[in-house]
Design a protein around this ligand. Structure first.
Ligand code: ADP
Length: 487
């Protein structure tokens, strides 16, 4: 089917989505399409009052629908229907996602959308399988760990993979019996709005998903600080995560999961299947133009195969072609904003000024959209900002090593620990390195998330607190009460 579309004639959802209806609102934050730089409208900013209205709506919907107390299989069934509808409406969703995000329309249906539908089904199945437990006690008493949903969960998501992030947050929260107030990024709100609409069409009671649009300081802070938001789930930058922690500390303590930034290393040993390693490393930094928290942005390669690996990655990087996300042949993403593209340029120029060798790229692409060339920087010092700071762009640094210890020392990052890649045919080394690497996810002889949704994802160090995906994400949306009954 023809997926390419004309962005000027796409119908966009308008306003916040609260209680099953769109609330039209004045646009405040100017919006641009990264694929061609065109200004096309403005995103509303929900005030604290509107966020409060969404929270009250969610509480009433929870009470009136019995979502938390119904036979849990009813939740499972509705969430399965939602997943089906997401697949049925995949083309509309893909176009809304591609319109103003960096996700190419041709990658969405079999990629982000299919994975999201699968994940929703995965979480739906926990609803009637995970529950309270009887625990061993003396015969004179009955002990129980009683599991309950939180109530209203607040979710805040970033712009890089907006639809996937909405699925990550909504799936487990709803399956676990909660209602959600979600704020997508002010740059990419549309796919989340349609996801909410589809959930209601699938039979989800109105008001269990409320989408409020807006920025971090006003709308985001109103969510995280709201007294009736019982739990917060956030994915975004470490800076915003810190602001959220501070706001939660200032306004009332509550549990939260934070999935934050990364600067993930990829270790390639000389005994690895080098073609496989080259493909995985190149794909990881080219995919979404490196705008992924788990982007494998630091290549650490054994010296004697470095030339071969670098040549393979250069070939992949130099084949990247700029094309708008609404062109179904596009496989290379623009940068989300001109501001972010400038920031990438600054880090690259500073690294080159400090002595790095730019093996390819290093500048903007000749295109009206915000495209930046895939860039490979060699000769970088470990302390250089290009190696230490999350760039969130298509910039890969390369460092070489001779000994395993040296590789592990280079891989270690003082503050980030989201993911790491490891390429070797030596199983003992793979296990040794897996133990040594301080990151929440280690990929061996592959890089990037799989469809194994049972594997939780989240960071060590300042890359985050708690996990998304996996059983852990479901359990993170339930609280437990210990009950001891004297018999
Ligand atoms: P990015 O620029 O990668 O989107 P951010 O971490 O700034 O990174 O944004 C991720 C999400 O967090 C967005 O929805 C944004 O509006 C929101 N956000 C940013 N700052 C805050 C904040 N202080 N409180 C709550 N939400 C925030």
């Amino acid at each position: 089917m023809l997926l390419s579309f004309d962005p000027d004639s796409l119908n966009l959802p308008a306003g916040h989505f609260v209680g099953g209806a769109y609330l039209r609102a004045e646009g405040v934050l100017p919006m641009h399409r990264p694929s061609d730089g065109k200004a096309f409208g403005a995103c509303p900013v929900a005030s604290a009052e509107l966020v409060d209205q969404a929270v009250v709506t969610a509480k009433v919907a929870l009470r009136e629908s019995g979502w938390a107390t119904c036979p849990p299989r009813q939740r499972t069934k509705i969430l399965h229907r939602w997943a089906d509808l997401i697949e049925t409406e995949a083309v509309t969703l893909a176009r809304l996602e591609a319109f103003c995000s960096t996700r190419p329309v041709g990658e969405l249906i079999d990629g982000d959308i299919a994975a999201t539908a699968e994940q929703i089904r995965f979480f739906a199945e926990f609803a009637d399988k995970e529950g309270s437990e009887l625990v061993p006690t003396g015969a004179a008493s009955l002990g129980m760990v009683m599991s309950e949903p939180y109530g209203v969960v607040g979710a805040i998501t970033p712009w890089n993979v907006p639809l996937s992030m909405a699925g990550w947050k909504l799936g487990p929260a709803l399956a676990a019996g909660n209602a959600v107030v979600i704020k997508p990024s002010e740059m990419t709100p549309y796919s989340t709005l349609l996801m909410a609409e589809l959930a209601e069409r699938a039979g989800l009671p109105s008001g269990l998903i409320n989408v409020v649009l807006g920025d971090g300081p006003t709308t985001g802070a109103a969510i995280t600080g709201h007294p009736d938001i019982a739990k917060v789930s956030f994915t975004g930058s470490t800076g915003a995560g810190a602001a959220i922690l501070a706001n939660i500390a200032a306004t009332g303590i509550k549990p939260m999961t934070l999935e934050l930034g990364g600067k993930s290393p990829q270790l390639v040993f000389a005994d690895a299947d080098l073609d496989r390693a080259i493909n995985a490393v190149a794909s990881s930094i080219l995919s979404n133009a490196g705008q992924a928290c788990v982007a494998g942005s630091r290549l650490i390669v054994e010296e004697r195969v470095a030339d071969q690996v670098i040549a393979g990655i250069l070939a992949r990087m130099e084949a990247a072609r700029a094309a708008p996300t609404w062109d179904e042949t596009s496989r290379y993403s623009p940068i989300i904003s001109e501001r972010q593209r400038q920031r990438i340029g600054q880090v690259v120029r500073a690294a080159i000024a400090a002595g790095a060798e730019c093996l390819t790229g290093g500048s903007e692409m000749d295109h009206p959209g915000y495209f930046y060339q895939p860039t490979l920087l060699a000769g970088v010092e470990q302390a250089s900002p290009a190696v230490q700071d999350e760039i969130f762009g298509p910039v890969l640094t390369v460092q070489t090593f001779r000994e395993e210890d040296e590789a592990l020392a280079l891989a270690d990052h003082p503050t980030y620990g989201l993911a790491a890649g490891l390429f070797t045919r030596d199983l003992s080394r793979a296990l040794r390195c897996t133990h040594a690497l301080q990151a929440g996810t280690i990929w061996v002889n592959r890089y990037g998330r799989s469809r194994d949704h049972i594997l939780p994802t989240g960071g060590y160090k300042r890359s985050g607190i708690g996990k998304d995906l996996g059983r852990e994400a479901y359990l993170a949306n339930r609280k437990t009460k210990s009950v001891l009954i004297a018999l």
